[in-house]
Design a protein around this ligand. Structure first.
Ligand SMILES: [Zn+2]
Length: 153
């Protein structure tokens, strides 16, 4: 029993598409790793234009270090292979960051994953079946019928 489950397990691993290039693994390990508090403050300090004030990289309004809720935004998301460097980071209001993540980064990340899957041939084409020439689908009859010729009324 134990041996058979082990075989099934290894088969499942073998069937998994080749989607673990070293670059992707590196991204996965970076993904979700919290920025250290020290580095977070250091990036804020690099961007400071006044005493404990830095502009939001998304809306341009000033952020106060201790009074506003803010995050470090990656200008190019890590999942899109943006470098995890301070130059790629800038403070942003928490709310501005939420908006960017959900309206720009996540759709773009999903698209990049689709492109990767298509490139590797692990994605099924969206439209696999094509009706033969001269045949159309009749929605009333719910089946394919010969396309009516132009001479018929
Ligand atoms: Zn903002």
């Amino acid at each position: 029993m134990l041996a058979s489950s082990h075989v099934w397990c290894s088969a499942a691993v073998a069937l998994r598409p080749r989607a673990t290039s070293s670059q992707q693994l590196q991204t996965l390990s970076q993904w979700g790793r919290a920025l250290s508090a020290k580095r977070r403050q250091a990036i804020f300090t690099e961007r400071c234009t006044g005493h404990n004030i830095a502009p939001c990289c998304l809306c341009g309004e000033p952020i106060h270090r201790h009074e506003d809720r803010w995050i470090i935004e990656h200008k190019r998301a890590l999942a899109l292979l943006g470098p995890d460097l301070n130059a790629n980071c800038a403070p942003a209001h928490f709310k501005c960051g939420e908006v960017k993540t959900h309206t720009q980064d996540l759709p773009r990340i999903r698209k990049a994953k689709r492109q990767q899957a298509r490139h590797e041939g692990t994605k099924k084409p969206a439209r696999g079946f094509e009706a033969p020439a001269g045949v159309v689908f009749d929605w009333k009859l719910r089946r394919y019928v010969q396309r009516p010729t132009a001479s018929q009324p």
